[in-house]
Design a protein around this ligand. Structure first.
Ligand code: SF4
Length: 426
């Protein structure tokens, strides 16, 4: 059987797609990119924005045409859209053979082998999410979210938090370590609220570090500011392999909007946390998520977000404007902001971040850091691209032929070209 697997959305969806590939290949199925040649198509969907769902409807029309005109391909829809719109998918797209929820995602293999699907009442972790041959790997450690931010669909489509057993996490990481993986990212929608039988996230991070031999970089995504404990700051500060580049989602810099968003933090508390982290973790840099145009956001409140971005000064930011998600409390709020206003606010936010980021990057020229060699650059095959713990991309000419993708090298940045540094081995 030949299959196509299309995956959209977040890192966890990508990790789950990797896990599914392992299972599909293990069952003797073969991957193809050619829709005319596929026996099965699996679409691993995302529901975070309307645009993501619209794209899936487009892909479904395409495969409907293949099914009618070319071959009787089996079409499976899974992921968050399958959770959110199961009835609508069955009604509007009757040519889809199965709509499979997140808890049952790994049973797709069994379904394609002709077996009946069994409903799972809990999220199922599997033994590996690793993509063959890669030096970086995602390691899901928890799924779901209990926070119910008022704009977010995740708690409705991924359910409540479930943490992966500690021994399973360690087993996968030890296996990755022997495979030559150099960088792992621990994943969860609310990663720092991990709790398995009393083992909390700081304890898990410490435990993981005890088992690392070759893995150099440990990252995690996404933490919630309200769960960022002093203990976690201490562990990051004391464990050299845990990257001192932290993704700290801000969403808004205004306390009233944060409250409406149900973020359970305030501007002041967020600033105090950022200060504490900067003080505790040497060389710390931030990335963040930030949203403008939340219902009822005034110009003044938007300006608070601009000044908060200045305060945080993230090296990277995922910036977007509020998108109404049916089924969330924010969708029913009065005072939805006009598209034009939201667009203008976002454009200014992006302009300011790009300017700030360019200035910060200029100041970081001359720093020496360890970096993971990713492979040859696109324009110069003699040069390699590498990424350091702050997610900064660097291009360098290796000093010897023994330098290979997957190596960890010491690099000194010498110049900034666009978003990439030129660097030399140090
Ligand atoms: S913490 Fe908030 S934004 Fe993040 S997944 Fe949970 S509900 Fe969504």
């Amino acid at each position: 059987m030949k299959y196509i697997l299309e995956s959209y959305g977040c890192q966890l969806n990508m990790a789950e797609a990797n896990a599914l590939e392992i299972l599909l290949k293990g069952a003797g199925m073969e991957k193809t990119e050619d829709a005319n040649d596929a026996d099965a198509v699996i679409i691993n969907t995302c529901s975070v924005r309307k645009s993501a769902e619209n794209r899936i409807w487009g892909r479904l029309s395409f495969y409907h045409h293949i099914k009618k005109a070319v071959r009787p391909v089996t079409i499976v829809v899974t992921g968050c859209m399958a959770e959110r719109m199961k009835d609508e998918l069955i009604k509007e797209a009757p040519f889809v053979d199965a709509v499979i929820g997140t808890n049952e995602k790994m049973e797709i293999v069994s379904f394609l082998q002709g077996n009946a699907l069994e409903k799972e009442d809990r999220y199922q972790f599997v033994s590996s999410y690793h993509k063959d041959g890669e030096f970086s790997s995602y390691v899901p450690i928890m799924n779901g979210c209990n926070n119910f931010c008022s704009y977010c669909i995740v708690p409705y489509v991924r359910g409540r938090e479930v943490s992966r057993p500690v021994d399973e996490v360690i087993r996968e990481i030890e296996m990755l370590d022997t495979l030559g993986v150099k960088e792992i990212t621990l994943l969860g929608q609310n990663v720092n609220s991990y709790n398995y039988n009393g083992m909390t996230f700081p304890g898990l991070l410490d435990e993981i570090c005890l088992h690392l031999k070759n893995i150099r970089f440990v990252r995690f995504d996404s933490p919630h500011p309200k769960d960022f404990s002093d203990e976690l700051i201490e562990v990051i500060a004391s464990q050299e392999k845990v990257c001192s580049h932290i993704h700290l989602p801000m969403q808004s810099g205004n306390s009233r909007i944060l409250q409406l968003m149900n973020r359970k933090t305030t501007r002041e508390a967020f600033f105090a946390l950022a200060d504490k982290m900067r003080k505790g973790i040497s060389g710390l840099t931030f990335s963040t998520d930030v949203m403008v145009g939340f219902p009822t956001e005034t110009e003044e409140e938007y300006n608070d977000t601009l000044t908060a971005m200045d305060y945080l000064s993230p090296l990277e930011a995922f910036m977007y404007y509020y998108n109404l998600r049916e089924g969330t409390p924010a969708a029913k709020m009065e005072g939805q902001i006009d598209e034009e206003v939201k667009t203008a606010r976002l454009e200014r936010l992006i302009d300011e971040q790009l300017r700030r980021c360019a200035e910060m990057k200029q100041k970081r020229i001359g720093l020496v850091s360890q970096a993971l060699v990713l492979g040859p650059t696109r324009n110069d095959k003699e040069a390699f691209l590498a990424r350091n713990e702050h997610n900064e991309m660097m291009s360098f000419h290796p000093s010897s032929a023994s330098v290979r993708p997957g190596d960890i090298v010491n690099l000194k940045t010498t110049e900034l070209k666009g978003n990439t540094y030129l660097a030399v081995e140090a």
